[in-house]
Design a protein around this ligand. Structure first.
Ligand code: COA
Length: 155
């Protein structure tokens, strides 16, 4: 099935929260956090995108931007739409927008046990950038830090 990537809107938030809630590894943000993420006047600028299929939204990504760095805060694809390139398309659009905003480095941290996401990030080109001991709670677990260098915007 085909899909396209577009900016997240307030009307997407309920669906986005449902997707996150269905995936144990996804960050479970409250509604206000998504509202802040899409607000144009937030103190911390964010890029929030969704993958739109004919029958609805199936995935999303949120990154905070503090050029020349950005942090990938959340990415999730509903289980029935996984392994179809949805997260890859979300990241491609995200990194394009970030490069255009002067971001040169995209960083993220993930639970050391999240092998599925680690495989995904590795194939996309992220490199290991460190480890934070006992960073996560419930259950306590190390965080792996990953980094992706973005091409410099020549315009
Ligand atoms: C990680 C996640 C976002 C990947 O989404 P996706 O849309 O299925 O990813 P893609 O289809 O773009 O995958 C691209 C490539 O990544 C790798 N990959 C993705 N999922 C994988 C898995 N379960 N096992 C092994 N490799 C995987 C593969 O190389 C894949 O290419 P292929 O399908 O041709 O083999 C999705 O599994 C997910 O939502 N997980 C739960 C939430 C989460 O962990 N988020 C990250 C922490 S915030």
């Amino acid at each position: 099935m085909s899909f396209f990537v577009r900016a997240m809107r307030e009307s997407d938030i309920e669906r986005v929260m449902t997707i996150a809630a269905s995936l144990a590894e996804a960050p479970h943000w409250p509604r206000e956090a998504y509202i802040a993420a899409i607000a144009p006047d937030s103190t911390l600028r964010r890029v929030a995108l969704v993958a739109q299929f004919a029958d609805g939204v199936a995935g999303f990504v949120v990154a905070s931007v503090l050029a020349p760095q950005s942090e990938l805060e959340s990415i999730a694809v509903t289980s029935t739409a996984q392994r179809q390139g949805v997260a890859t398309a979300l990241l491609r659009e995200l990194t394009g927008e970030l490069s255009a905003s002067g971001v040169e480095e995209l960083l993220l941290e993930l639970r050391a046990s999240n092998a599925r996401a680690a495989d995904f990030y590795e194939q996309y080109g992220f490199m290991p950038a460190g480890r934070r001991r006992s960073y996560y709670q419930d259950p306590v677990e190390d965080a792996l830090l990953l980094r992706l260098n973005l091409p410099k915007n020549k315009s």
